[in-house]
Write a protein that binds this ligand. Sequence first.
Ligand code: PGA
Length: 250
Amino acid sequence: MARKKIIAGNWKMNMTPTEAVALVEELKPLVVNNNVDVVFCVPAIDIIPAMKAAEGTNINIGAENMYFEEKGAFTGEISSNMLVDAGVKYVIIGHSERREYFAETDETVNKKVLKAFEHGLTPIICCGESLTQREQGITIDWIRQQIKIAFLNVTADQAKTAVIAYEPIWAIGTGKVATTEQAQEVCAAIRVCIAEIYDAATAEAIRIQYGGSVSASSAPELFAQPDIDGGLVGGASLKPDFGKIVNYEG
Ligand code: PGA
């Protein structure tokens, strides 16, 4: 069975609750496409108002992060239970900005992934290499390590429902999109890695996005690749362009 594409916006630290409602209102007629799953991952404080604004549409409101503990003395953190209660289904885990600025590691990513699954959330698990790593020719080794740690103790049934976002760090927010060949090569390698950890059926089922300066013009070719099942979109998800990305088939 063909994998359904999943196109997710990552709003990062943008949009007040008032602005979030206005943006959902603006984008909702533009992102209609029942052939793809459409997700807006928004700042935690925007989740509930964005969800109200998106009611009755094909937009899923997701989160940008969560903590791996259930509850308690973790000032400032948000639990998977809280997300579930708010109606969230998708949560980005281990974005490279979380790793760089908030000390997240492959180990904390794994803990978060396990906790997300425990509560029925679908994690969008991020991986990606730096420019130095690419130049040193260790991209695939690096990504394989990130994937293997992220999926420690995750069952095959859980893995089948996961989303992986391959985001080369050098392509994020730089306007420097990976070439279609580079993106496809790594996404294919991720699928091979999943097949090695689990089996062919799991590798066939799991959805792998490309992220990093995706635009309305680069999306059609990227999303047409056999191992690229959609995108994780930062900058362009805050603009009407996101409608064009969601409707990349024209
Ligand atoms: P960008 O961000 O599309 O602005 O490069 C992508 C991301 O960080 O998910």
